[in-house]
Design a protein around this ligand. Structure first.
Ligand code: HEM
Length: 376
């Protein structure tokens, strides 16, 4: 399964040059022609109008979707972005999305001394929190409407710190106003994983911008202080099983906890900007002890005291069913890459009606390094 693995990180200057080459001309044009539509989504006059229907006009009229309610009412509610798209007749192609991907990759790398030198982890966390609100029974939440743009969701405790990622993505949005926020944030999650040497994450566009009223109540994302039952409640609600819960948790190979965001502190691995199965290996190979401090309960590795695990990470080696998968992923990085890729691709499509997607199958987008190699 090594074919799923994205190649190693490209040198930053090369990547920046590549992104510059591929984005410059359209960016200027788009800015000029779309400016007045900005990023603000107009608020509907009432909930009746909001729920009356959503019509998506995209891909040059290649697909039209009307909700049942919309059909009945015969009312069309369009977000500013979709209106812009329809008005200009602009039809984004796969190549246009690759340009957005490249710009995101450039931003990920241009992190200076922020954290560990990459915005990748916090950007991935934005994509996950935008998607992980899904409830399969009520079919609410998920990545479709990008409701984290609005209060109170943007201010919820679980989303503390994600303003960093949203602000970065706003820059991209200004340059490519035709992309919906849901598509932008999930594409950014894909770019983060692929550009940090992770597996390919199949992805396709089609999400539409929603309204504050589409937001789901607080409490849909996992609480790191809890145990196995809680993890199952949260992830089963999204439609995932035990194996997928474990596979997804391996994302904690990346990034770190911040005292001023979640209250927890520190990274999980020694290589927090590269996708590896180290999270699983460390869970099994290190001795984990409860950290003695004034903060929330977390574990630290006995040897160096420089790494951490959340209570919800530690249950992956305590719960019998979770442990079986965690061990398999610790032993076989290719297996984890394959399962992680599948689970993340599913996660990023939660809450998006199939008819909304512009392609019947998700695309596998090339990394910046692969694009460079292709040009040679
Ligand atoms: C299993 C349940 C999960 C819990 C309880 C959990 C909890 C947390 C917490 C408390 C943080 C620290 C936030 C901060 O202080 O900045 C964090 C960070 C992170 N999480 Fe999770 N998470 C879970 C699942 C996931 C999943 C499924 C993904 C992605 C597929 C993910 C990706 C990340 C990343 C990349 C970071 C680092 C962010 C940064 O460096 O700024 N997590 N998570």
């Amino acid at each position: 399964m090594s074919f799923l693995r994205a190649s190693a990180r490209a040198a930053a200057p090369l990547r920046q040059a590549a992104a510059r080459n591929t984005t410059q001309i359209p960016r200027a044009q788009f800015r000029a022609s779309f400016r007045k539509f900005s990023t603000e989504v107009p608020k509907p006059k009432s909930n009746t109008v909001l729920y009356a229907g959503i019509a998506v006009v995209a891909a040059g009229g290649a697909y039209y979707i009307f909700s049942d309610a919309g059909k009945e009412a015969g009312t069309v509610v369009k977000s500013g972005v979709q209106a812009a798209k329809a008005k200009s007749g602009f039809v984004p192609s796969k190549e246009d999305y690759i340009k957005v991907y490249n710009r995101i990759a450039e931003i990920i790398d241009d992190a200076g001394d922020y954290d560990d030198g990459s915005y990748g982890p916090v950007i991935l966390r934005l994509a996950w929190h935008a998607s992980g609100t899904y409830d399969k029974d009520t079919k609410t939440g998920g990545s479709n409407y990008a409701t984290m743009r609005f209060e109170p969701e943007s201010l919820q405790g679980a989303n503390a710190g994600l303003n960093v990622a949203r602000t970065l993505m706003e820059k991209v949005k200004q340059e490519f106003p035709w992309i919906s926020y849901g598509d932008l944030w999930t594409l950014a999650g894909v770019a983060a994983i692929q550009e940090m040497a992770g597996p390919k994450i199949p992805w396709r566009p089609g999400r539409v911008d929603g309204f504050a009223a589409d937001a789901t109540p607080d409490g849909r994302l996992p609480d790191a202080t809890q145990g196995a039952d809680h993890l199952r409640n949260i992830f089963y609600r999204m439609g995932f099983n035990d194996q997928e819960i474990v596979a997804l948790s391996g994302a904690h190979a990346l990034g770190r906890c911040h005292r001023d965001r979640s209250g927890f502190e520190g990274p999980w691995t020694f290589s927090p900007t590269t996708v590896t199965n180290d999270f699983f290996q460390l869970l099994f190979n290190e001795k984990w002890v409860w950290k003695k401090w004034s903060g929330p309960k977390q574990l630290e590795d006995k040897k160096t005291k420089s790494l951490m695990m959340l209570p919800t990470d530690y249950v992956l080696v305590q719960d019998k069913s979770f442990k079986k998968y965690a061990k398999a992923y610790a032993d076989d990085q290719d297996l984890w890459f394959k399962d992680f890729s599948n689970a993340v691709a599913t996660l990023f499509e939660l809450g998006v009606p199939t008819q909304q997607f512009v392609a019947s199958e998700p695309w596998v987008l090339p990394t910046v390094e692969e694009q460079q190699a292709e040009k040679k």
